[in-house]
Design a protein around this ligand. Sequence first.
Ligand SMILES: Cc1cc2nc3c(=O)[nH]c(=O)nc-3n(C[C@H](O)[C@H](O)[C@H](O)COP(=O)(O)O)c2cc1C
Length: 398
Amino acid sequence: MAAKLLKENLYWIGVENPELKVFDIIMETKKGTTYNSYLLVGEDKVAVVDNVKNPFYPEFRGNIVSVIGDRKVDYIVTLHTECDHSGTIGSLLDDYPDAQVVSSRAAMNYLKDILNREFSWIDARDKSVLPLGKDLSLEFISAPNLHWPDTIFAYAREMKTMFTCDFLGCHYAEEEAQSADDAGSYLEEMKYYFDVIMGPFKGFVNKALDRLEDYEFDMVCVSHGPVHTEDIGFYLEKYREWAAFPENYQQDIEILYVSAYGNTADVANHIAERLRSKGETVHVNDITEIGIEEASRRLEESKAFLVGSPTINRDAVLPAWELLGHASAITNKGKVCGAFGSYGWTGEGVQLLTERLSGLKMSPVEGFRFKFVASLEEYMQADEFADRFLARVLEKCR
Ligand SMILES: Cc1cc2nc3c(=O)[nH]c(=O)nc-3n(C[C@H](O)[C@H](O)[C@H](O)COP(=O)(O)O)c2cc1C
């Protein structure tokens, strides 16, 4: 798609990828995607804000040349270094060797390992301003962890335009994707994008929304999907809503288990009763009954959790693994947890789950396994396990 004028001296110069079905291995992209990039043409300097994915360089370069002809690119503004927005920086530097990269310090360090070459760099510190000529400048806003550690926003004050990279973006390459105006037309994609990409960083999302309140803008240039030109307040409000923490956030204990013959289930309920008798609010659920999405949400929002699985064929069973596969190592870092389950002869499941919890940098207590149907003695051991787990929870929450 050809370059498109968004405002005087501001052009969309990205590329579309409507055929894309899966993004970053983890995301379904039913509506394809766009890799947005923007060209700011100042009287003195020309800045490219965000890059595109590597294979699209010829089209991207064509868009740049179609706007500035023989003029040079002076600044390559990198709002975060994820490769779909940094993949063409090397080629851009080949074609514009005097261009300077403008980014956060973290991004500069990542770029060293992405580009594996020398480049000239300008530190886009929080609130620093990069002049581009008369009536045109970029101010930088620190917005870390949205969703990479190096993320920043840029603000073109004179044109009341905010550049937010992936924040407020979505995978959507329908016609006229770079300026769909009506509120809600791509809301479903935005919500999905938020859940997968921004969801683990809700605290940072709220901080960024607070920061944006200090700026006046009538256009938001995102790095995927439509540029927001109308109903910006509506989308910001949606982000507030999606990033809100539920009322009982990290207050309850969740026990999530699977059980073929009810043995692990019985002990799950027994442990729950033990914890409740000590004043805790505990929810017990069979992962296969509530589904992986609901189980993952419960784990995510828990103060602490236990995962139960029998050993089947020398391993824990798939739903338990799937649950831990969905668990965010970022938001659940240090969370108190543990594994338990029934077994018949080899009993590897509990240990394997505990190792996985450790690997995710959570804080698992020593696991508890019992043979087939729990005996009276094993129920007493289950009590000890529950007490050990609770002691760790209380210690953490002190
Ligand atoms: C198909 C199958 C494979 C099993 N494989 C193992 C195994 O490799 N090692 C083991 O210790 N127990 C194994 N067991 C025994 C179960 O762990 C045991 O029956 C347990 O009590 C089931 O717990 P549940 O009622 O919570 O499903 C197996 C059971 C089944 C049905």
